[in-house]
Design a protein around this ligand. Structure first.
Ligand code: TRP
Length: 347
């Protein structure tokens, strides 16, 4: 069997460091590992419209923003096919057939969708498009016969749903589709990076994000203002590193080389955490170190992004080409699906 990756993001804003450690960094590693036959990365504009249909300008503008973030992080259109969901019409057709294989009750039980419905207060005005986006996500994945889907933890219910639909399709119509598995970050701190304010999730609506496109000054200002351990009042007080976002960010970003370069009094993060926990290490010092680490990590990304941003037509052209390529592959799967479903009348 071939090793194929499909993954993507909704273009509803620029990507932040939660996206980076949760999935983007891993995608680039997987891309460069040479272990995959094909890699597809999708800008999920059609899915973004399911809860932003009143705001098409926002979705349109953020398509290039997300593509810039991808390229700046090291996704390479020579190695990965980067495309726009709405321009692969076959995905919509697959979605329609998959809808037969999932019940309303099952969709309503999907924990991620359930939480989003509650958070958005849809109640009875819940749009069908929104409720069924996990089915469309199954189409995204299966159209490319992807077996590997590098995503954040919140996407696990989508993958479970996709596997169920695949099993039910293959059971009814014969082995046609491939069951995908999610790939999550191994480092626990990367599963769900908290916001700079200590809230459980980094999210644009909470205003607690550090964006890949942030300037050096913005990054510094956000880090210096970060929530830490509220009970760590004096430097000599013992501090908590577990629910302390500054240490969670260090967990997600630091390596021993950073200690050599910026804080040689500790060999590694364990030593630094031990000092904070027994007391005697101040928040200011932690934040200054975190800032050095983040600046070193984000500067090359930001500089590449600034270069790429000068030629947006080239970004659109890259997406157009990628979408054309993706379309050919999805069309192939769609004809297999139609054949399996015995609706290939004119073949
Ligand atoms: N739901 C994903 C997100 O919110 C985006 C997405 C759409 C996706 N289709 C996908 C991710 C298929 C992985 C596979 O960011």
């Amino acid at each position: 069997m071939k090793n194929i990756i499909l993954t993507g993001d909704r273009p509803t804003g620029k990507l932040h460091i939660g996206h980076y450690v949760g999935s983007l960094r891993r995608r680039v590693e997987l891309q460069n590992s040479g272990k995959f036959d094909k890699i597809y990365v999708m800008v999920a504009d059609a899915q973004a419209l399911t809860d932003n249909f009143e705001n098409p300008d926002k979705v349109r503008e953020n398509i290039t923003q997300v593509a810039l973030d991808y390229l700046a992080c090291g996704l390479d259109p020579e190695k990965s096919t980067i495309f726009v969901q709405s321009h692969v019409a076959e995905l919509t057709e697959l979605t329609f057939y998959y809808m037969n294989l999932v019940t309303l009750a099952r969709l309503q039980r999907n924990p991620t969708v359930k939480a989003e419905i509650k958070q958005k207060n849809f109640e009875l005005s819940l749009p069908m498009g929104f409720l069924t986006y996990p089915v469309s996500q199954t189409a995204d994945i299966t159209a490319f016969k992807a077996n590997t889907v590098p995503v954040g933890e919140d996407q696990l219910p989508m993958l479970e749903q996709a596997r169920e639909i695949v099993r039910s399709f293959n059971g009814l119509y014969g082995e046609t589709l491939v069951e995908p598995k999610a790939v999550l970050p191994e480092n626990k701190s990367c599963l769900r990076l908290p916001g700079t304010d200590g809230m459980a999730k980094m999210s644009k609506s909470l205003g607690n994000c550090i964006y890949l496109a942030d300037s050096a000054d913005e990054i510094k200002r956000k880090i210096m203002g970060m929530y830490t351990d509220p009970n760590h009042l004096k430097v000599t007080d013992p501090g908590d590193t577990k629910n302390n976002p500054t240490f969670i960010y260090l967990d997600a970003f630091v390596n021993d080389g950073h200690f050599e370069r910026y804080l040689p009094e500790y060999a590694n993060l364990d030593e630094m955490k031990a000092h904070y926990e027994r007391g005697g290490l101040g928040d200011m010092k932690v934040k200054k170190f975190l800032n050095a680490v983040m600046q070193e990590t984000l500067e090359p990304i930001r500089l590449r992004r600034e270069e790429l941003e000068k030629d947006l037509p080239a970004i659109w052209e890259m997406l157009r080409k990628g979408s054309e390529e993706a379309r050919a592959v999805a069309a192939n799967t769609l004809s297999e699906v139609k054949k399996a479903m015995k609706i290939d009348y004119f073949a």
